[in-house]
Design a protein around this ligand. Sequence first.
Ligand code: GAR
Length: 204
Amino acid sequence: RARVAILISGRGSNMAALIDAAKRPDYPAEIVGVLSNRAAAPGLDIAARNAIPTASLAQSSFADRDLFEAAMTRVLESWKADYVCLAGFMRILGEDFVNRWLGRMINIHPSLLPAYKGLDTHKRALADGATEHGCTVHFVTPGLDDGPAILSARVPVLPGDTPASLADRVLAEEHRLYPEALRLLAIGKVRFHDHRHRSDSHPN
Ligand code: GAR
């Protein structure tokens, strides 16, 4: 089974969905560790209750981002991670770290990318009068929320929706979509190919 580490910053509901999926004997990945950039992230307790190794590293305790990310890489390597899933990890990652995991690191974002990159996606979709919204799992590349999509899921925007009610509807889809996207990656059904980001990603 593929060895997967999860990076979180907070609640960890997508992390929990991945942990639950990986409990199924036929699931092609196992969760080997959960790393948070916030020691108080509630998701760390969920991981610990599931007997998954956890670690937390605060960027503020490192002199710069490169040293912080080098420390994250050491933790991920100590877990022998093959893949990294960002699940509500709210730090922008530097180019060296991203390239170190290129094609092996994926993220879930609460919008139908390329619409609404960045923060406050639900509020922005409502403000625009969007009739549809959703979530996307994509490969992580140096551009923010910019890498190739693996899967997306759509939900309707309903009359009377608030950012919170819309977020709940999207989140239910996230919890279904993320385990499915990781499954496709782990069995080799999807692979990273993107000439925009790295010209040698096509060896042939
Ligand atoms: C999720 O909705 C995820 O898509 C979003 O944060 C939430 C984390 O919730 N991620 C981003 O906005 C990334 N830019 P969770 O901690 O319960 O999974």
